[in-house]
Design a binder for this molecule. Structure first.
Ligand SMILES: Nc1nc2c(ncn2[C@@H]2O[C@H](COP(=O)(O)OP(=O)(O)O)[C@@H](O)[C@H]2O)c(=O)[nH]1
Ligand SMILES: [Mg+2]
Ligand SMILES: [Zn+2]
Length: 316
């Protein structure tokens, strides 16, 4: 029997050579939709495994249900977040990139949140692009400047309006040409993620606009749910719920330094310089925009704060 699994996590590898290959395209609690190699979708139960949207799995047929996941394969990329105790939560696997959706005023643009998503993308092995939505309502100068700065650093920036449809063709073309895995739309609640998804997928039910989505787990006891959509012209996208704060999972101070947007390529005296205030021979204050440095140090402080809270009695 494939169910010779004894511990919840201990026997994870047993099923690796068993079962059929598939990919998780939607999750809702312990029930997942697995797309098989022929493209058909099978409802499967997780039975002790942890799988998120994008995971490549092995599954077997099970009596009374569509199937049962017997193994979760290693992930190429992972989108993770850290809760306040520093515990990591995987949100999605094997994504190609994050589409970071922002608005200029409604809700207000927050460069710090964009930083954190770009950091999560870079640390997790993904690319990132920014979608400025609601351009029909105007774009503030400070937002323009910040997006211009990120574009100069190599991040694709799309200016769109889900209301008027402006700019969405360019975004759809980008997704169609990319072909390197699914992109998840992330960003603050109310920026228009679901509206953008709806525009890209005119024929599909993508969930409610203007409401807090139940997709993706936000609290400890809420149902986990997420779904991948195929864009008609090519490419795949996933919506996500809006969040207020975000910190990528499992960050070390050095990881923050090496992946924080706009902090690369500094020739400080010491190679292990973390660009903290007053560090000997640090060139960051001369070479990095002051607001970028402030935001970088804030994340660094947060990561070190979590590390110090975790330290006592944490064997993990
Ligand atoms: N003016 C304007 N409103 C928009 C646009 N896109 C979305 N909205 C509105 O913004 C609100 C939040 O949209 P929603 O897609 O639910 O945002 P989400 O929380 O990021 O998924 C809704 O009332 C939308 O109608 C846009 O491009 N322009
Ligand atoms: Mg939404
Ligand atoms: Zn430095």
């Amino acid at each position: 029997m494939a169910g010779a699994r004894r511990g919840r996590d201990g026997r994870r590898d047993r099923g690796t050579e068993e079962g059929r290959r598939g990919r998780v395209v939607a999750t809702r609690g312990r029930r997942v939709e697995v797309e098989g190699e022929q493209g058909a979708v099978h409802i499967c139960f997780l039975a002790g495994h942890r799988a998120v949207v994008g995971d490549r799995v092995r599954w077997v047929r099970a009596q009374g249900t569509g199937g049962k996941v017997v193994a979760v394969e290693a992930r190429d990329t992972a989108l993770t977040r850290s809760d306040r105790d520093g515990r990591e939560r995987v949100l999605a696997a094997n994504l190609g990139g994050l589409l970071i959706v922002v608005a200029s005023e409604h809700p207000p643009y927050r460069p710090g949140l964009v930083d954190r998503y770009q950091l999560a993308a870079s640390v997790g092995g993904m690319r990132s692009a920014i979608v400025l939505n609601k351009t029909d309502l105007g774009v503030g100068d400070a937002v323009d400047d910040d997006l211009g700065f990120r574009a100069d650093q190599g991040t694709p920036v799309f200016r769109v309006s889900a209301e008027t449809g402006e700019g969405l063709e360019a975004l759809a073309a980008f997704l169609a040409e990319d072909g390197q895995g699914a992109w998840a739309l992330v960003g603050h609640s109310g920026v228009g993620k679901t509206s953008v998804v709806a525009r890209l997928l005119p024929e599909q039910d993508v969930g409610p606009v203007g409401e807090i989505s139940t997709f993706w787990d936000q609290g400890r006891h809420t149902t986990t749910g997420s779904k991948l959509f195929f864009v008609p012209g090519g490419g795949e996208i996933a919506d996500s719920p809006g969040i207020r704060t975000f910190l990528p999972g499992r960050l070390a101070p050095e990881t923050v330094r090496d992946h924080f947007p706009g902090m690369g390529g500094l020739g400080c005296r010491y190679r292990d310089c973390l660009h903290r205030d007053g560090e000997d021979g640090c060139v960051a204050p001369d070479e990095v925009a002051p607001e970028v440095l402030v935001r970088y140090r804030r994340v660094l402080d947060e990561v070190e704060g979590i590390a110090s809270r975790r330290a006592p009695g944490d064997g993990a």
